[in-house]
Design a protein. Structure first.
Length: 212
């Protein structure tokens, strides 16, 4: 009697074909970092959306106090916008230099980005100080409370971005443009560009629609 045996050993899997349902193992670090940071950016956008909605609802509630037409200086807003837009441009050039391993060029563009961001922040602080000195502080009316909340939160993000940029310059000087540093620089660049997008919304809703 002849017995036929069946070979149940698994067939060899060709090179380059992923095994199982996991797709060949964990995702690369750069993909995990990018995915996590996009979640952070989206959560930040949700927060700003709530602040935009609050301002849209409360912008007419001046309680007899000054309105945007009396307080806003569009010339200063124009200068602020130019500073932030150009800082986004220099930030992009700095990221390109970093990817090409041109550390010297990156440091130059990082300094320009910091200077333009700091100029934006100084103009905004000067605007806030001038409003408070005229009795138009955040406690004066619902309109001013929502204004300071929205614009001040954006300014706080710019401040955090400048601190982050200084830290990243220190990282480049200490460690060079290695892969981990480039990932962190990519996250910073994404954060800085997102601030530009939010500012365009602030400029349109708050200043252009609220001033003559």
């Amino acid at each position: 009697m002849t017995v036929t045996t069946i070979d149940t050993a698994p067939a060899a899997i060709p090179t380059g074909v992923a095994r199982g349902r996991g797709g060949g193992g964990p995702a690369p670090t750069r993909i995990v970092v990018a995915y996590g940071f996009w979640i952070f950016i989206l959560s930040d956008i949700v927060m700003f959306s709530a602040l935009f909605a609050a301002y849209a609802v409360l912008s007419g509630n001046t309680a007899g106090g000054p309105s945007g037409r009396e307080l806003f200086n569009l010339r200063n807003v124009f200068i602020e916008t130019l500073c932030l837009l150009f800082s986004s441009y220099t930030c992009g050039l700095g990221m390109l230099s970093a990817e090409r391993r041109q550390a010297g060029h990156f440091l130059i563009f990082a300094a320009l980005t910091f200077g333009l961001g700091a100029a934006f922040l100084l103009i905004e602080i000067s605007e806030f100080a001038g409003m408070v000195s005229r009795g138009a502080g955040p406690s004066r009316s619902a309109f001013l409370s929502s204004f300071f909340s929205l614009v001040g939160t954006h300014g706080a993000h710019v401040t955090a971005g400048l601190v982050w940029l200084v830290y990243m310059v220190g990282q480049v000087l200490a460690k060079g443009l290695r892969a981990a540093v480039l990932r962190r620089l990519a996250c910073f660049s994404l954060f800085w560009h997102a601030l530009d997008i939010v500012w365009i919304g602030v400029m349109t809703l708050v200043y252009l629609m609220g001033a003559p």
